[in-house]
Design a protein around this ligand. Structure first.
Ligand code: GNR
Ligand code: NI
Length: 167
């Protein structure tokens, strides 16, 4: 296993659209193991391959209290959505920024598992938020892009200031 470096907004590579995985092989399983290690170490509740500069449709999520329930989704697709919820979101690629985003309350997701077998999952609450946040990453979209231009500008200025301090 290996820890992978996480891209930071506004890195342009966060806006690349990920391509579908055509075969679930050992290289994909290794990527998922490395992404899980990176997510737990961060720590975060989800990670999209885009964030570690791998532009394939792979996400990992663990919203459990005790970090015991790793979920991996290959080629995830939202089949159905309903309701609305507002959740204060954060992102490992946008450290220190937390903002409310409105998303669907429930989503039905289809994906491939580690064996390349299709499955569907009905998600709600925080898991549903996380699935939508991660699939956005695969489309090249960072959560701050759901916010007003004014807020996006303030966030960019704040991150640029942080980067000057840590440099
Ligand atoms: O760790 C994370 N927490 C989080 C909190 C609220 C809504 C979404 C998230 S996902 C985030 C990890 C991350 O950046 N995934 O892409
Ligand atoms: Ni994120």
């Amino acid at each position: 296993m290996a820890l992978l470096p996480i891209l930071r907004y506004p890195d342009p590579r966060l806006h690349k659209k990920a391509t579908s995985v055509s075969q679930v092989d050992d290289s994909v399983r290794k990527l998922i193991a490395d992404m899980a290690e990176t997510m737990y170490e961060a720590p975060g509740i989800g990670l999209a391959a885009t964030q570690v500069d791998v532009h394939k449709r792979v996400i990992v999520i663990d919203v459990s209290e005790d970090k015991s329930t790793l979920l991996a989704f290959i080629n995830p697709e939202i089949l159905e959505r309903s309701g609305e919820q507002a959740c204060e979101e954060g992102c490992l690629s946008v450290p220190g920024i937390y903002e409310k985003v409105i998303r669907s309350e429930r989503v039905k997701v289809r994906a491939l598992d580690l064996q390349g077998k299709p499955f569907t999952l009905q998600a709600e609450g925080l898991l549903a938020v996380c699935v939508q946040h991660e699939i956005d990453h695969l489309e090249g979209k960072v959560f701050v892009e759901h916010l007003s231009q004014l807020k996006q500008g303030r966030i960019k200025a704040k991150l640029a200031k942080q980067a000057r301090i840590t440099a």
